[in-house]
Design a protein around this ligand. Structure first.
Ligand SMILES: [Cu+2]
Length: 113
């Protein structure tokens, strides 16, 4: 098992990402949680989450396949079966994330208050 990957978004980078914007029209209301699970069959659950600035979101892979988490223009994080990745969000805004391996099916939003 590889060690868990912890990515801390630098303040300046997060600001840049917010400036880039994201005009997605998600129909799902964000859920107030810091935990997202990659459940079976290529899905993020919940897709959209809402957190407070300074908190981290942890994505855990409970699916039978490798997935990734890539937030906007930040680096891609590979998440093997049973592993997880935590990413800190220091700047308020709406961030879009995808699994770059299955971007058609797997995407979501992190709303930072
Ligand atoms: Cu995936």
């Amino acid at each position: 098992m590889r060690p868990r990957l912890i990515a801390l978004a630098a303040g300046s980078l997060a600001t840049l990402v917010v400036a880039a914007g994201c005009g997605g029209s998600e129909s799902t209301e964000p859920v107030a949680t810091t935990e997202v699970t990659m459940v079976k069959s290529y899905r993020f659950d919940p897709k959209a989450v809402e957190i407070q600035a300074g908190q981290s979101v942890t994505w855990t892979n409970d699916d039978n396949f490798t997935h990734t988490v890539k937030v906007d223009d930040q680096e891609d994080h590979k998440v093997e079966r049973g592993e997880s990745v935590s990413i800190a969000f220091d700047t308020p805004g709406t961030y879009h994330y995808v699994c770059t391996l299955h971007s058609q099916d797997m995407s979501g939003e992190v709303v930072v208050k």
